[in-house]
Design a protein around this ligand. Structure first.
Ligand code: UD1
Length: 425
């Protein structure tokens, strides 16, 4: 295993290019199963979650190869419709193969993902959606088996107790693209990644309208065709680097991003005290003169993203005054808090969903352990301002979702090193 060693205290300066969005790349790779023609994807981030998804597709018989930065997928010769637990347990998003498999091959057997570091994370909405389209669903021995002669378009309401679902909206949208008739998803997730998948499916010959709004209409097609497609920029990486600039009082130009996808964060960072200039595909964040605490409630897009909550807590940990963050999406998304407290942060959990953060003057470096992708980003950001050395272990979590993070930060002047971790817990 490996770990990061960070020596804090250096303001980040310079330019950084944003990678393609992991959370759009994963479903779009799975969606390539919907067509027998080859699909070529650009701007796919080379992160370990992408390689896990490619492994899932490989077990199904889908071929893939890279040429420079273009990834071509060929699902013309699928030999299995079963996604085994060994792969699904590595990454919940592997579940995205369910909709495409049952729609194109009339059957799919996919392991139930179970819980993860963020909590129980059920898949009932995915199943509800596919059942409504006419699939017969059975859960046995830890697997979901879906069978369907012909899926048929229907009206489906996809809101659960924690609100809309990105994953269920995308899974149902993919299956509906090869169903008979029209599907109307109500209470659909509006995240830019949902829109990106819809745009990809339309490029394959699909007919989807309303993506980016709560009602998505999908007119099913008999067949989809191959295409070339370029993935949207990663708004979570964009946000993480903007917050990294703010926490170090740096001056960073974040390039090749889409400012429209980070509206709420930009607004919050301006309220916090930084100046931000923007163009169509860049953001320039300047050092703050005075800073203010913030009160933030996480929510589905366009609200503040749950994936940026951990890095934002790091920023507020060193912001004078009392800040509050209310998480509403995941039941267990504060695993970074006890680690930040080890650095000297003053964070009080009022209940399971509410953190009150009293800004401290200085964090001090310590050994830390990452628990999930975004928690690891929070720890890296804290390490960038902590006095002395911060060691972060279990950085395979970081590698799941951030492409070359230490290289990008090093180019911005950070002192961050990847070393092997023989004492890994
Ligand atoms: C996706 C993102 C993740 C992000 C999350 C919320 C990917 C690969 N991951 O996860 O980074 O944090 O959106 O923006 O894109 N739920 C149910 N039943 C279901 C499905 C979901 O109750 O069948 C619940 C979840 O437990 C959660 C909430 O709905 O509380 C939202 O989850 P969802 O939007 O589905 O998240 P993911 O697609 O898994």
């Amino acid at each position: 295993m490996e770990k990061f060693i960070i020596k804090g205290g250096i303001p980040l300066r310079g330019n950084v290019k944003i990678s393609g969005a992991k959370n759009a790349a994963l479903p779009i790779i799975a969606a390539s199963l919907l067509t027998e023609e080859p699909v070529t994807l650009r701007r796919i981030p080379k992160v370990s979650d992408v390689f896990t998804m490619l492994n899932v597709l490989k077990t199904l018989g889908c071929k893939s190869y890279w040429k420079d930065d273009a990834l071509t997928l060929d699902a013309s010769n699928i030999i299995s419709t079963e996604a085994p637990y060994e792969l699904i347990k590595k990454m919940r998003a592997s579940y995205y193969v369910l909709g495409p498999l049952v729609a194109r091959f009339n059957e799919a057997k996919v392991a139930l993902p179970g819980g993860c570091a963020l909590g129980s994370r059920p898949v009932d909405l995915h199943i509800k959606g596919l059942k409504t389209l006419g699939a017969k669903v059975e859960i046995k021995h830890g697997y979901v088996t879906c069978k369907a002669k012909n899926l048929e378009g229907k009206r489906i309401m996809l809101k659960g107790q924690h609100g809309t679902s990105v994953g269920a909206t995308i899974n149902v949208m993919m299956a509906a693209s090869l169903s008979k008739g029209v599907t109307k998803i109500e209470e659909a997730a509006m995240e830019p990644e949902v829109v990106d998948v819809a745009n990809f499916l339309n490029r394959c010959g699909g007919k989807i309208e309303g993506m980016g709004t709560p009602i998505i209409e999908i007119e099913g097609r008999k067949k989809l065709k191959g295409t070339e497609y370029s993935i949207i920029p990663d708004r979570i990486e964009t946000g993480t680097l903007l917050i990294a600039s703010a926490i170090t009082k740096g001056n960073v130009i974040v390039k090749k991003c889409n400012p429209e996808h980070n509206r709420v964060l930009i607004h919050l960072l301006k309220e916090y005290g930084v100046e931000i200039q923007e163009g169509k595909d860049y953001l320039n964040i300047c050092p703050p003169k005075t800073v203010k605490p913030l009160s933030i409630q996480v929510g589905p897009y366009p609200s503040f993203s749950t994936d940026l909550q951990p890095p934002m807590i790091s920023l507020l940990s060193v912001t004078p005054g009392n800040s509050t963050i209310v998480e509403t999406i995941f039941e267990n998304r504060f695993m970074h808090v006890p680690e930040l407290i080890r650095l000297g942060a003053d964070i009080n959990m009022i209940d399971r969903y509410t953190a009150v953060i009293k800004g401290v003057k200085q964090l001090s470096g310590a050994p830390l352990m990452a628990s999930d992708i975004r928690a690891s980003a929070a720890l890296i950001l804290a390490g960038l301002v902590a006095k002395g050395e911060t060691h972060i272990s279990r950085i395979y979590h970081t590698d799941r979702g951030y492409e070359h993070i230490e290289k990008k930060l090093t180019r911005l002047g950070a002192r961050i090193e990847r070393v092997s971790d023989p004492d890994a817990p």
